[in-house]
Design a protein around this ligand. Structure first.
Ligand code: IVH
Length: 671
């Protein structure tokens, strides 16, 4: 392929991929199969590697992330990022209008929008290219989080059309859609991590993560609502939103009533009422409605107070709250043995669903609320997915009622519960025979991202456990058709399917086996890092604390958890059994062939574009050969592997600290 052909092909592919991304993530229309999309993206990645001179920093290949930001650079906002004043009633909206009418004599028109409950962001575009994205910070100065924002698929890296201003800023809200948030929490549950309480805080934590490739996997989304710049070509706010839509931004649309032009208080109130009732149908959280004067000229006349524009106001929904009766407190035992008290309530309708149960979190919460059986309690559903009990109606309490006594023994296995200092929750320490813990461990073992055993699901595990056929994961490998066929709902076909699923799981690669055995805090990613670093189970089991924290991303908490795991006799004997049935306990031949200890103890920084490998391949190679890859240059860095277009600040820093800079050929000869 000639250079000209490559350039044209790169441009064509980028444009097409951008369009498919836009169709899918902004318009929710699928115009290509996942497979075809992946093929196009792969081709573009390949071409950009071969012809790095044509790789654009806003290419759609940048969406996967990979850039590590150690310190987010502070940036002063060109236009301060103000907030909105709040209102809670129709009267307050009338007052808002009266204040406006004192200044504006002409007729007024308002735009009503949803108030997205996410994290505010300001993104600057220059010549149609995403230039920089900055958080709100203190309103005057925020943090540069461009690398993370580029991974959000509904945010255009390049604008469509050609009538956008040369330079402008657009503001909006970043959030995690409800279904994505639920999925994220299910995954955390699988590895025994504490669940995230609400989507907003999780989104806010995510956009400040150092590794943008992790951000890319979090499924963040956006809505944009405010265009700022010098001499903008609009007369009204609505016009600016319509234009932003044409340029490729995700903005609210008139047809599904997410944005509306209103001429009277009545119309505004009916928009508010509609969304107060229907907000549960949205796949993202809102906490109210924003009302804005539509006309730019009028906005300008109204101006600002120190904190907020006088031409806009937020109407905040009240958190939905109902009163019901507490019938009973039960206690759940999780996979890791953590105890969660649950309030069983007289069923009541709240925010679109019937609520029968609410979490009471822990013993402290019960004590704080002084909640007792038979009490009338207030249940609220705010940003949190699980409804919570926010108060007790003491005036209606039975005079003979007794304070709640927290359980002392496990409701499942009667073991004395423990509570370690600093931990909010009680734990059942009986991890080897407490039924929910045992079943939970096996259910995790067979799950999709672990051993992915076809023909086995949570219910079958329950059944096999209850019938006494299994009490630990390794028992699965000794099951026979004769044992299974007599069980309920088991036919020859399902039994065969299950047994062959179990058999083929013996080929599942080492890193997934490591995830499957359920070491606390060792999730999918950590398991991969450990597998790469230690190469087999024996060296991991033999590693001391210092050796563990040498591995990439392994900190104190994970290291202690691994040490404890291998100190426990039950764990080591289970590992031996799994090994004897033939699971993969080390990296494959092919993985090992490419690996060595040649780079042991050396730390690398990788920067720029390479022709022999992609950046990820290069990092992989370093790690497989015992080296460590970090994101930024420090005194501890041994080598910087530099490709084309290495960042000038990195170059300067490397020279300043006297760190050796090598190219990819020199790197290859090191191996
Ligand atoms: S307009 C000058 N529109 O709510 C202020 N803000 O509590 C312009 N928010 O700072 C903001 N949805 O972070 C606007 N449709 C919307 C919004 C919205 C959510 C956020 C934004 C704002 C905060 C105020």
């Amino acid at each position: 392929m000639t250079e000209t052909e490559a350039k044209q092909k790169i441009q064509k592919l980028s444009k097409e991929i951008n369009q498919h991304n836009y169709n899918y993530y902004t318009l929710s229309e699928s115009t290509i199969s996942d497979y075809e999309f992946d093929m196009m993206l792969e081709e573009l990645i390949r071409l950009e590697q071969e012809f790095p001179q044509f790789a654009d920093k806003n290419s759609p290949t940048q969406r996967v992330g990979g850039e590590i930001t150690k310190v987010f650079e502070p940036v002063k906002h060109r236009y301060p990022m103000l907030s909105l004043s709040n209102s809670y009633s129709r009267e307050e909206i009338i007052e808002f209008e009266n204040r406006i009418k004192k200044i504006i004599e002409n007729s007024l028109e308002y735009v009503c929008e949803l108030k997205y409950d996410g994290v505010a962001i300001g993104i600057t575009y220059i010549d149609g290219n995403l230039f920089r994205a900055v958080t709100r910070g203190d309103g005057v100065q925020g943090d540069d989080i461009t690398a993370n924002i580029k991974t959000i698929k509904s945010i255009p890296l390049k604008l469509q059309g050609n009538d956008y201003p040369k330079e402008f800023e657009i503001r909006g809200e970043i959030f995690i859609p409800k279904n994505t948030f639920e999925k994220l929490n299910r995954e955390r549950e699988e590895i025994g991590e504490q669940l995230y309480a609400n989507a907003r805080n999780t989104a806010s934590g995510t956009i400040k993560m150092q590794d943008s490739s992790v951000v890319a996997q979090r499924g963040l989304d956006s809505y944009l609502y405010f265009v700022l710049g010098e001499k903008l070509p609009f007369k009204t706010h609505l016009e600016s939103i319509e234009k932003a839509k044409e340029w490729g931004f995700k903005v609210p649309t008139l047809h599904n009533n997410m944005i509306k032009c209103c001429k009277s208080i009545e119309e505004i109130v009916s928009f508010i009422d509609y969304w107060d009732k229907n907000r549960n149908q949205l796949n993202f959280e809102i906490d109210g409605v924003v009302i804005k004067v539509n006309n730019y000229q009028q906005q300008e006349e109204l101006g600002f107070t120190a904190k907020s524009p006088k031409w806009a106001i937020a109407y905040k929904f009240k958190a939905e709250k109902v009163k019901t009766k507490l019938l009973e407190i039960t206690y759940q035992v999780g996979r890791t043995g953590a105890i969660t008290p649950v309030a069983n309530l007289q069923p009541v309708f709240l925010a679109g669903t019937t609520v029968k149960r609410a979490s009471l979190h822990n013993a402290d919460q019960i004590e704080k609320l002084d909640i007792r059986i038979g009490d009338e309690v207030y249940v609220e559903k705010g940003g949190e997915i699980i409804p919570k009990i926010v108060g007790v109606e003491i005036t209606q309490r039975d005079i003979f009622s007794q304070p709640t006594k927290y359980i002392t023994h496990c409701p499942e296995c009667n073991t004395l519960l423990l509570r370690t200092e600093g931990d909010a929750k009680h734990y059942c320490p009986n991890e080897w025979t407490c039924p929910p813990q045992v079943k939970g461990k096996i259910q995790h073992f067979i799950s999709r991202k672990a051993m992915n055993i076809d023909g086995l699901g949570d219910e079958t595990i329950e059944q096999l456990y209850n019938s006494g056929l299994i009490s630990k994961s390794s028992d699965l490998y000794f099951l026979t058709a004769e044992q299974l066929l007599p069980l309920e709902r088991m036919a020859e076909k399902s039994v065969n399917n299950m047994l062959s699923g179990i058999e083929s799981s013996k080929n599942i690669p080492f890193e997934r086996v490591l995830f499957a055995i359920g070491i606390r805090f060792v999730g999918e990613t950590v398991a991969k890092k450990l597998a790469k670093h230690f190469k087999n189970m024996d060296s991991l089991a033999a590693a001391c604390y210092e050796e563990l924290i040498e591995a990439d991303e392994i900190g104190e908490k994970i290291a202690h958890s691994i040490l404890n795991f291998f100190k426990t006799e039950n764990n080591t004997s289970e590992i031996e059994k799994l090994k004897s049935v033939g699971l993969q306990f080390s990296l494959s031949e092919q993985q090992l062939e490419n690996s060595s200890n040649k780079l042991n103890g050396l730390t690398f920084v990788v920067s720029g574009v390479f022709s022999l490998f992609s950046r990820d391949e290069l990092k992989n190679k370093i790690e497989l050969n015992g080296g460590k890859v970090v994101g930024s240059i420090s005194k501890k860095t041994n080598y910087v592997v530099a490709g084309e277009n290495m960042g000038p600040s990195k170059l300067e820093k490397a020279n300043e600290l006297g760190i050796q800079i090598i190219d990819e050929n020199q790197f290859v000869s090191m191996l």
